[in-house]
Design a protein. Structure first.
Length: 263
């Protein structure tokens, strides 16, 4: 089926020539809104990846997230990628080993790796904090980028690294850099829809930016929800619900016949 969404070849050709917008979404409404708004790329984990989500995503290039830990062997990842490719996935996030990534790319599957702050491996880099703030740790990050290139990945999620480091990676690597907290030099700016919509409560990452205030609206709706439930409870207790319009009527003559038959 022909479509107008970006391809891997397009992303490579446009690297350094234009910036891409990217969102992590979890619902069909979010995917549909992103497509209507002209967002370039979406990240959708396989838990939520369905034919309906593909349809909702429209012309957005979709990275399907293969769940680390749910898949273990390269064969696990390979089978999952082929399954989601049939549903219309354009590329696949993989936090597995470089060997696993190479196994996928050998089959022609477009793979996105993850460098910098990788949540599943954060203990190795000191927890949930920036990576690459010293020359030594930045050089280790460059080594990871080189290994992703050698494994055949088309790009990497570059998360919470200094903008200067991201700039140097962008200049030296052909990988498509999906930046989350990596400054303005990444090829794509990647945020979570819940942050963009202002849904996030509590701690917000430094790089998160809200463009709406869904949290206040959800709070207002929750108050309305509680009030509606309480009103229902009260009407049940005093017998106001169900009212005559809520019940099924029975003709008097049929009711009389029923009573006669029951005696």
């Amino acid at each position: 089926m022909r479509h107008a969404r970006l391809t891997v070849a397009d992303l490579r050709a446009l690297k350094g020539r234009r910036k891409f917008s990217m969102l992590y979404v979890e619902t069909e409404d979010e995917a549909r809104a992103a497509a209507e708004a002209g967002i370039d790329m979406l990240s959708i984990v396989e838990t939520f990846w369905t034919p309906a989500m593909r349809a909702a995503a429209g012309d957005c290039f979709v990275q399907v997230g293969l769940l680390y830990g749910h898949h273990v062997t390269a064969e696990d990842y390979l089978r999952a990628a082929h399954r989601h490719l049939r549903t219309g996935g354009d590329s696949f996030y993989c936090a597995g080993s470089f060997d696993t990534i190479a196994r996928l790319t050998d089959e022609g599957i477009p793979v996105i790796g993850h460098a910098g702050l990788v949540p599943s491996r954060a203990t190795w880099t000191g927890g949930f904090k920036a990576v690459g703030k010293t020359a030594e740790t930045a050089l280790a990050l460059f080594d990871d980028i080189r290994r992703f290139e050698e494994a055949g990945a088309i790009g990497v999620e570059l998360e919470v690294v200094p903008d200067r480091v991201a700039s140097e990676i962008a200049r030296r690597s052909p990988l498509i850099l999906l930046g989350m907290g990596a400054g303005p030099h990444a090829d794509a700016q990647y945020l979570f829809a819940e942050d963009v919509l202002g849904c996030t409560r509590g701690h917000k990452p430094r790089h998160a930016r809200g463009y709406a205030d869904f949290a206040s609206e959800y709070a207002r709706l929750q108050q309305m929800r509680v009030a509606a439930f309480a009103a229902f409870r009260d009407e049940v207790q005093v017998g106001a619900y169900p009212a005559p319009q809520h019940v099924v009527a029975m003709a008097d003559e049929e009711y009389e016949r029923l009573l006669a038959a029951l005696t």
